[in-house]
Write a protein that binds this ligand. Sequence first.
Ligand code: GAL
Length: 719
Amino acid sequence: MMRYSFAKALCFFMLFGAKCVVASAPQPNITTVGPGVKIISTGQPDKFTPYSFCNEKPRAAAMGELTNGKLPFELSEIEISVNARGTVVKIPLSDDEQLYGFGLQIGSFNQRGLRKKPIVNDNPLNDLGYTHAPSTFYVSTKGYGILINTSRYTTFYCGTTNELKDDSNQPAKSFGAANSVEDLYQNRKQAAGKVVADIPGAKGIEIFIFEGPDLLTALKRYNLFSGGGALPPMWALGVKYRVKADFNQSQVGVVADYFRKNHIPCDVIGLEPKWQTTAYSCSYVWNEKFFPSPNKFTDTMYRKGFKLNLWEHAFVNSASPLYNQLKGRAGNYLVWNGLVPDFADPLARNLFADYHKKTFVEKGIYGFKMDECDNSNLSYGSATWSFPEHSEFPSGIDGEQMHQVFGLLYQKSIYGIFKDLNKRTLLDVRSSNAFASSYPAAIYTDIYGHKDYIEMIGNSGFSGLIWSPEVRESNSISDLMRRSQTAVLSAQTLYNSWYLQNPPWLQIDKEKNNRGELMNNAKEVENDVRKLLNFRMSLIPYLYNAFSEYYLQGTPPFRALVVDYPDDKAVYNIADEYMIGQDLLAAPLTEKAEERSIYLPKGNWYNFNSNKKYEGGKSYIIKVGYTELPLFVKEGAILPLAKPLEYITPQSQFEITCNLYGTQLRKTTLFEDDGTTFNYQDGNYGILSLEYVKGKGIVKRTDQKRKSLYNIKNWNQIQ
Ligand code: GAL
């Protein structure tokens, strides 16, 4: 039976004379909502929770195929108390357990021993937990996940403080005197046996429990429960380039021609603010001074193999045709003098979506960059552009909760258009939250720490998120090349030149770039970047398969080593290496580093560049050149690499060479569908399997019709 501390809370408040209203002692409800997923609910849970907005159907059949889950504690050991302050949840935690998640954390990885407040923001501010995607979800090396279903600002104490126990007679451990301030206040990582979640204002709560039995299975359950991971269209795995904010139609055309003429891969061109008549706040109307013939332009770009993506945010200017429709369905504060649509109201979301559908998507626009949905920068009193926490919205949601789910609901509105039209997309967004695994939206940020960018790749995999470590200007050629390597080895390869006249590889320095002074060795650097981008294009079939497994099985395509090796203590704090799909391990380098230390988990591994074999369970110092990839291949892998295409169309065919690493080779697969619609969700896809037996490559297809997508040309034995 659940233990409740109502009595205790009541006594406390009575003793100190505070007013305490506890409605009634609620009984906990435990419901099984899917194979290995339970909800504990008590009191009066809030109306506007992340789950309340999730309409995606759990992929129950796939969940049913997972190994049966179990928890390392009894559900009755979870304590919930509701008092005048709000709701407090205490979850057992064992001494040797490590915790990960809380959304797209910046600057921290293993959350054990930390106090974390995942609230929406782009600045990690001393590692408090602020993030673009503040999911109240964590996973444990003991093989389970916990999600506190709330949009309120919640603090998690991840085994930080010991409680005073009535029955405890243990002599207290004293820490003695210290000789410095640092020493005095160091994080002592106490063996506190609880994760405590403090949710001020909540009058009850729902707690989702995702069983394992291991960390990866718990994550799979979470992703499958959220509808299965997003499968971007194939073209979205190519290269995206965003042009300078004030470029006009002919300038964008010049950029497009530059890519094709120089054979630099590019699938998507993103337009930044000036395509609209007014941008802060937005009109969502083409600026015909800059883009005199938008529909013709969109068409021409498409014929050249470019999909267009439009920048915007959700704050609606009075010059917008949406303004009058949304005026009665908006918050009571303005942002940049624009309305804040009440996205918690389905009608407001639909009005917003409908306009975008008719004006843009039906006219050939393939995606949007949904900016500014992550609150002002909470780290500075001077940053005040977003709506206040005490804002009121007609639906009844308050400003605090709206902040937490604003990006999630913005995605929901825009993604709905593409689903309706049976047309896949990959959006850009600056904020998200829980149960968003199926949303095809890549999170980006203005912060530009390369080390953070690398670590966020692993962190994104703990919370069902897609993260895009974009490249802008650079300090040095080394910085540019290292950042490019990271972008190539991430979910979305993006160059964001929103304040750069020329591509960053022609001039790394922002001022010189904008004065048109290109580097003397610009062509050489361009060649080097092209090599990396061509590698990205070679990897697309493999990546596409990894994303299909995200949908089909819930496996995050990009994930930290601890997800695959939860029993290896050596990986518990490795934040800067990660798995891509089943067989690749990436270990990006930052600026100035010619070499780095890498740890390879058990088994044997091959250096992708040199083919040198390494024994796992050990660390090594490795060197990686600028045009090489910081990549290792697991022994036994059949790695399908394609002859690089410059862009992808529905007619594209991939010529594949299978690299064979070792002699005991595992069967591998490629996912075959039309690459652009949601028909795969009705089973319209095929699986191509690749095997190598007795010196012979064997290709099998579950769907013979699909023969044209992959052409398996060569089998190439490594060593
Ligand atoms: C920022 C965004 C940038 C760029 C800029 C345009 O907020 O993060 O990538 O789009 O707006 O004003």
